[in-house]
Write a protein that binds this ligand. Structure first.
Ligand code: HEC
Length: 190
């Protein structure tokens, strides 16, 4: 009586010829879904290898890190960048918006209703400026403030666009000679 005779009919169909010291082998393949998964991982590894190593399409870890940091820096820069690219707006709608912002943000509390200045803040309508009279200078002061001297930073409260508008409005006040104008401070600036 061989081992083979002891094996049930069902198993018999699967019995292979492989025999080692009386130990037999059944041809018993794993379920189809495991095989499918197996072949899919092989397929994936080929595509993965081709994408990253052979065709060199994808970023490797350090390159991806550098790219993502650059993206983050770019985003962060929008909040902290010096305002080099900002241009003076002169259209009536923007200046009107700027005037509204000037009122809404209570700039008048320290600079007067018409920018004439008061006991706290300087005159914004004359030709003398403490921090420069270019649009970039004015935007910078409004954005970052001069905390030591009592000028509030507005970058947390106003968007870049709104700061540009209110700065343009401030510059449009030049030469308006409002009543009760405060004496000039700073250097003369054309
Ligand atoms: C709490 C008071 C206060 C408020 C509110 C305030 N400022 Fe000022 N601002 C000052 C003071 C004080 C200075 C002068 C800073 C210095 O001496 O360096 C100043 C300076 C400035 C300057 C620079 C003037 C120069 O001569 O260079 C600008 C421009 C300006 N403010 C615009 C604004 C605008 C626009 C707002 C509203 C969005 C505003 N400020 C709100 C107090 C204020």
């Amino acid at each position: 009586m061989t081992t083979k005779d002891n094996i049930s009919n069902l198993a018999e169909e699967k019995l292979t010829d492989h025999d080692y010291d009386g130990i037999h082998e059944l041809d018993n393949p794993p379920p189809l879904w495991i095989m499918a998964l197996f072949y899919i991982t092989i397929g994936f590894s080929i595509l993965y290898g081709a994408y990253y190593f052979w065709l060199k399409q994808g970023d490797h870890q350090d390159a991806e890190y550098a790219r993502k940091s650059a993206m983050h820096d770019e985003k962060y820069k929008l909040n902290t960048q010096s305002s080099g690219e900002i241009v003076l707006l002169t259209d009536a709608a923007s200046l009107e918006d700027g005037k509204t912002i000037y009122k809404e943000m209570n700039c008048f509390a320290c600079h007067g209703m018409n920018g004439e200045g008061n006991a706290i803040g300087p005159n914004l309508t004359d030709e003398y400026w403490l921090h420069g009279c270019k649009i970039q200078d004015v935007v910078n002061v409004i954005k970052n403030g001069v905390p030591a001297k009592g000028m509030t930073p507005f970058k947390a409260q106003l968007s870049e666009e709104k700061i540009q508008k209110v700065a343009s409005y401030v510059l449009s006040l030049k030469g308006t000679k409002p009543a009760n104008a405060k004496a000039a401070q700073g250097v003369k600036c054309e």
